[in-house]
Design a protein around this ligand. Structure first.
Ligand code: HEM
Length: 74
């Protein structure tokens, strides 16, 4: 698996992890009420932080030349 494909797959699956942590935040506030513990409140940040880097790399891919492109260039 090349690096372009790896970053696209990571970005895809991190988006699911990120979404689940956001859902957990809303669900906690609805079900339990009040402010959840800090680990729940901040749980979306690690996957979002990783998505920033994989996302910026995906953005740069089409400009890095054909040999690095994971999919067809725009
Ligand atoms: C944090 C900053 C983020 C940046 C800079 C970013 C950037 C990008 C870029 C450049 C692409 C590739 C578009 C293309 O095909 O050319 C992409 C794809 C994608 N992004 Fe993000 N993104 C970010 C965060 C997120 C978040 C928060 C989510 C969802 C929760 C998300 C979900 C996706 C998905 C599902 C794809 C398609 C992946 C695929 O092609 O299989 N991204 N993103």
């Amino acid at each position: 698996m090349n690096i372009a494909r790896l970053s696209r797959q990571s970005h895809r699956w991190l988006s699911i992890v990120f979404t689940l942590t956001v859902v957990l935040n809303f669900a906690w506030r609805a079900a339990v009420g009040g402010e959840p513990p800090a680990w729940v409140t901040y749980s979306p940040l690690p996957p979002l932080f990783l998505q920033l880097f994989t996302g910026l790399y995906l953005f740069a891919l089409p400009y890095l030349g054909r040999k690095h492109a994971g999919t067809a260039s725009p």
